[in-house]
Design a protein around this ligand. Structure first.
Ligand code: SF4
Length: 236
């Protein structure tokens, strides 16, 4: 394929994403994922932090056997790894676990211990952003579980948009969902959730950077608490 053809393909994908974002704004999550399955087939995946399996469950209804990509940073709670294993065992999805180039021990040897305390942006870049970029290379589109009500930084999330950084279509089928919508879907379909969600955590990330939240705080207030950081770089 020539550079011109690649460019045109990228332009077409971008136009497709922007049009779909407008057309599907009022569509249900399942309709959005059925559109993605039809448009991209096997070159579409879901990314999951294993906080819950809601988007993976929805996507498996639209595209049975869909790839579900999980980033194993080496810093996860054991409950998160257990949720990943349970999703792999019981759901009709293909779980793909991505790992950073360095183990935690190797990173500690090169950068010093507890990089997450001293330079969380670099730690996230090494353990999340780069592995995801490498892992998504073969896909044209990826789906996330971003929701607008989770935090001010997510309030403008489109249901389908263009990920300029990775030059892929980015789909957020539950962007409009409230926590009540999540709870209702989990209850109706018996969807797997991370046990930490019933132990005071509203959002689950790496153990060193995740705290329980207080009543009334937004869902992501327990992530990098007190460090002036709100996102890991995957969605910025
Ligand atoms: S969330 Fe914390 S431990 Fe995980 S990659 Fe980012 S800085 Fe490192």
């Amino acid at each position: 394929m020539t550079a011109v053809q690649e460019e045109r393909t990228t332009d077409e994908l971008k136009a497709l994403a922007e049009q779909a974002g407008r057309d599907l704004e009022d569509a249900s999550a399942l309709e959005i994922l059925r559109w993605a399955a039809g448009a991209f087939g096997g070159r579409f995946c879901v990314t999951s932090s294993m906080e819950d399996a809601v988007v993976a469950h929805l996507a498996s209804r639209a595209l049975p056997g869909v790839d579900v990509v999980f980033l194993d940073t080496g810093y996860h709670f054991e409950e998160t790894i257990g949720t990943r294993d349970a999703v792999e065992a019981v759901m009709n999805v293909n779980v793909i676990t991505l790992t950073p180039r360095q183990t935690v021990a190797e990173q500690d040897a090169e950068y010093g211990p507890r990089l997450h305390d001293r330079d969380p942006d670099l730690c996230c870049a090494l353990r999340k952003v780069r592995p995801l970029e490498e892992g998504l290379r073969g896909y044209l589109a990826w789906a996330t579980g971003l929701r607008r009500e989770e935090s001010p930084t997510r309030a403008g999330t489109p249901v389908v948009g263009w990920d300029e950084k990775r030059r892929k279509v980015k789909i957020s089928p539950i962007a409009r969902w409230t926590q009540d919508d999540m709870d209702a879907y989990v209850a109706e379909h018996g969807v797997l959730t991370n046990p930490l969600l019933t132990d005071g955590y509203a959002s689950v990330g790496c153990a060193p950077c995740t705290r329980r939240v207080l009543e009334g705080q937004d869902a992501r207030a327990g992530r990098w608490a007190g460090r002036g950081k709100t996102e890991c770089g995957l969605h910025g």
